[in-house]
Design a protein around this ligand. Structure first.
Ligand SMILES: Cc1cc2nc3c(=O)[nH]c(=O)nc-3n(C[C@H](O)[C@H](O)[C@H](O)COP(=O)(O)OP(=O)(O)OC[C@H]3O[C@@H](n4cnc5c(N)ncnc54)[C@H](O)[C@@H]3O)c2cc1C
Length: 482
């Protein structure tokens, strides 16, 4: 296993710059004015300014801006994305020479735009540039796919530990979180079995699960239970042993993160295995705590109809036990597979009936967590590229007196996406992180394909970034200021 301080020089340099203040944009409405201004959807005060491209992209060099602009444009052209996806899934990837050529092409285009590097060293350099240049923190995500057995889980554990150990132990670290995927340390088929048993236990309180640790309440009345139509068999001795090994891996990760004083962010997956992920996260949160805020953050997907109810229940459970836990709020990335599964079983989809339902749920979950922060007992990462949600949360936070640099309120976007929103929130004085995947190019391909899918279409998420980048590049070219 790797030794401590994998990136000593990089992080030493980062520590020395970490305390530099962020200058608030002059166009911002001042907080006193905000407090007197009612925040309605139609008459929202401007907390984040997304129009001043000069100010938004001031920390980005012109060559980087041009490259980003080209990559985002290429991602938005549908035939190009279709061709890229076809190539990635074609037999060409099975021919070593062709595969190498394709991977080099991917590395110098999409990979460079959306990923932090091929290993921890390159990722550390990207973290440094992001912090030095833009005062934006990083959520370090070692790009692992699902484990397929105990051996791969053990290998993945080593990578998580190496990632945690590479971060600084200073509170002003430019790394805000290390991302953990439970699917990388516990085989997904076991997560499915555990989820089935937890669901059945929720339906039938007399079911005894001998392996079950203390946890928060996982399900709500509105939670879908259709994945488990019949009583599941108890875990076999081998499964119990594997579950214990997975929990040991999680314990190692938590202990290392406590030593490094770096919080962990747990990704959410699809509903067939999410109950087990919640179970792991909540039981670890009860055991592993730090004094100055939550060590663990679980993810809530607002596209799920039961999201708000589950969030409130888990938060209430945590409060009753005196446990500090944070939540990352996302809309959710597995919509089509969730809908496919529900329709194949002939049941109602667990997702809100319309995108408006998801937007409303996201904003309600965000409001709930902001109120908890204002009351002194909440921590949230608002992970979204949605401008309205970003603006709404920024306005509400100011309205209810949450200081913009309050560490319990953080915003996050994926690296290479929603740059205007990230820079706008940062300029307004909020804490902003980018989610930075790193790892071998071939290993990151599934992540890149998901990004290509999200950015495809001229009206995609990246439209605002593309427009603002183009204006800024033209402005710089005119004034020849680079
Ligand atoms: C830092 C970060 C971490 C993330 N971690 C996770 C994670 O752990 N797990 C995970 O699942 N995702 C994760 N995501 C991805 C996230 O869930 C979204 O897919 C993505 O960010 C787009 O959502 P948005 O808030 O930017 O919203 P928008 O782009 O405004 O909305 C798009 C989203 O709305 C929802 N939606 C679209 N159409 C409909 C419809 N017809 N009905 C109902 N809902 C609809 C979908 O969730 C879709 O992704 C993460 C994103 C970020 C930025």
């Amino acid at each position: 296993m790797a030794t401590r301080n994998v990136l000593p020089s990089i992080f030493h340099r980062l520590k020395s710059t970490a305390a530099a203040p962020i200058t608030a944009a002059p166009q911002l409405v001042s907080p006193p004015q905000l407090q007197n201004t009612p925040s309605t959807n139609n008459d929202q005060p401007i907390i984040i300014n997304l129009e001043n491209h000069k100010e938004l992209f001031s920390s980005v060099s012109t060559p980087k801006l041009i490259k980003s602009s080209i990559t985002l444009y290429m991602s938005s052209v549908e035939p190009m994305v279709d061709l890229g996806m076809w190539v990635m899934n074609s037999k060409m990837m099975e021919t070593p020479i062709l595969r190498d050529i394709i991977l080099v092409g991917v590395e110098h285009s999409f990979f460079k735009h959306f990923c932090a590097g091929k290993d921890l060293k390159e990722a550390g350099e990207t973290v440094g540039k992001l912090w030095d240049g833009a005062k934006i923190r990083a959520m370090l995500d070692y790009g692992l796919e699902h484990a397929d057995g105990n051996e791969s889980c053990d290998r993945n554990l080593e990578e998580f530990v190496r990632t945690i150990e590479s971060t600084t132990s200073q509170p002003s670290s430019p790394v805000s979180f290390v991302v953990v995927k439970i699917t990388a340390i516990c085989p997904p088929n076991l997560l499915k079995r555990v989820s089935d048993l937890l669901r059945w236990e929720y339906k039938d309180k007399s079911l005894h699960l001998p392996w079950k640790l203390k946890t928060f309440q996982i399900f709500a009345n509105s939670s879908p239970l259709y994945h488990t139509p019949t009583k599941p068999e108890p875990l076999t001795p081998q499964e119990e042993h594997d579950l214990e090994s997975a929990y040991q891996r999680l314990s190692t990760i938590c202990e290392k993160s406590l030593q490094a004083n770096i919080p962990l962010l747990f990704d959410a997956e699809d509903t067939s295995i999410q109950p087990a992920i919640d179970y792991f996260t909540y039981s670890a949160a009860i055991k592993y705590r730090k004094d100055d805020g939550p060590l663990l953050y679980n993810t809530i997907q607002a596209y799920l109809a039961d999201a708000k109810e589950r969030l409130v229940i888990a938060k209430k459970s945590a409060d009753e036990m005196g446990v500090s836990i944070g939540f990352k709020l996302v809309r959710g990335a597995y919509m089509s597979s969730e809908e496919k599964l529900a329709s194949s079983l002939g049941v109602k989809s667990p997702i809100h009936g319309s995108i408006e339902g998801t937007h409303a749920c996201y904003n309600q979950c965000a409001s709930f967590m902001l109120q908890e922060i204002a009351n002194g007992s909440g921590s949230v990462v608002l992970a979204t590229h949605n401008l309205e949600s970003g603006k709404m949360a920024a306005t509400k936070a100011s309205d209810i007196g949450i200081k913009r640099d309050n560490p319990n309120l953080q915003f996050a976007q994926l690296y290479g996406m929603a740059e205007a929103l990230s820079f706008g929130l940062r300029n307004a004085g909020f804490r902003v992180s980018k989610y930075l995947p790193f790892g071998r190019v071939d290993q990151i391909i599934p992540y890149l394909l998901r990004r290509a899918e999200e950015n495809r279409g001229l009206l995609s998420t990246s439209l605002l970034d593309r427009q603002l980048m183009r204006k800024e590049i033209l402005g710089r070219l005119k004034s020849s200021s680079f």
